[in-house]
Write a protein that binds this ligand. Structure first.
Ligand code: ADE
Ligand code: ZN
Length: 326
């Protein structure tokens, strides 16, 4: 099974580029930017990566992002992930970035988007990996800040495919961002949103009805509402599920208790993703291997999950056709 997983080409649709910042690169970038880190070695950093919930992770994650300052930093970060993606046989990736985390520290939006985009261009040319960028608004910041960020997104609209919503979910419902998503859709962006990771199934309904999302990121709490499960299956609204992340952030106690096989068997378009691989002990293949072993997935399940990754992507239908496994 491991060999099959490693060898099959696949798409990744839920990866925060800042969450791919490995401690080794963090230390290197901190040094060249004369930034202090809260730990003294790579080993110490890894030991600190123990989380109780989403917020305890976000506190450490945002601390790590503080080292990223220049266009070169964003290029190196993205290039590092793309090399890893190549090793894992990822042929297409749709990458989140969190500009407010950086612009709020004085980093110019241009440095962020240019660094990431240049690396993605090199990824296409040198590694054959196609990609789209998804700008996420931080839902624990204000609506005004999201609108200011959307202005930047519109300026660089040719480099951004979709807008999304991430960060601390509880008490930051999708409804808070209805107006900024409306403006974003009018400007031509597709939409996605993290919903039903820690938050209630009602947040998934809000993301669908108010933000008009093409996909739900996580979405595993849909299981609390049978009508919602039925609707997701009927409409084939994909869920970008992140098994290792869900265990690390205690959404489930173990991979064995994960509900993705139940949802898959109910006909939902489930995809497997890594979320923040540098923090959660694994990239895409480790997620596939871990969940396959824990839930006894069959080769048919695996192929379904991989084909779902293409089906749920923002690729052209004609490009998708070429990627589907038989
Ligand atoms: N930002 C990075 N990873 C995230 C996650 N799992 N949930 C919400 N926001 C995030
Ligand atoms: Zn995420």
């Amino acid at each position: 099974m491991k060999k099959i997983i490693k060898n099959l080409p696949k798409a990744e649709l839920h990866i925060h580029i800042e969450g791919s910042l490995e401690p080794e690169l963090m230390v290197k970038i901190a040094k060249r930017n004369h930034k202090k880190l809260p730990f003294n070695s790579v080993e110490e950093a890894k030991q600190a990566y123990q989380f109780n919930d989403l917020q305890s992770f976000l506190d450490i994650y945002y601390q790590g992002t503080n080292v990223l300052c220049t266009e070169e930093d964003f290029y190196d970060l993205t290039w590092n992930y793309l090399q890893k993606a190549k090793e894992q046989n990822i042929c297409h990736t749709e990458i989140f970035f969190d500009p407010q985390t950086h612009t709020h520290r004085g980093v110019p939006f241009a440095a962020i988007i240019t660094g990431i985009s240049e690396a993605l261009k090199a990824g296409k040319e040198q590694l054959g990996i196609s990609s789209y960028l998804i700008l996420c608004f931080l839902r624990d910041l204000s609506l005004e800040s999201a609108f200011a960020t959307l202005e930047n997104a519109i300026k660089y609209g040719d480099k951004i495919k979709a807008i999304g919503l991430d960060s601390a979910e509880k008490n930051n419902p999708p409804s808070k961002f209805k107006s900024v998503f409306e403006k974003g859709r009018a400007a031509g962006f597709l939409t996605v949103a993290h919903a039903g990771e820690e938050g209630s199934s009602d947040y998934i309904w809000q993301a669908i009805n108010l933000l008009k999302v093409s996909r739900i990121d996580h979405g595993v709490r849909c299981i609390d509402d049978p009508k919602l499960v039925e609707y997701l299956a009927k409409m084939q609204i994909p869920l970008t599920v992140c098994p290792l992340s869900n265990v690390k952030l205690k959404v489930f106690n173990s991979l064995e208790e994960h509900n993705l096989k139940i949802l898959l068997d109910q006909g939902l378009c489930i995809t497997i993703n890594s979320d923040d691989p540098a923090y959660f002990d694994g990239y895409l293949n480790e997620n596939f291997i871990g969940i396959s072993q824990a839930l006894n997935l069959t080769e048919t399940d695996l192929k379904k999950l991989i084909n779902n990754s293409f089906k749920a992507s923002f690729l052209d239908p004609r490009d998708k056709e070429k990627l589907y496994l038989n």
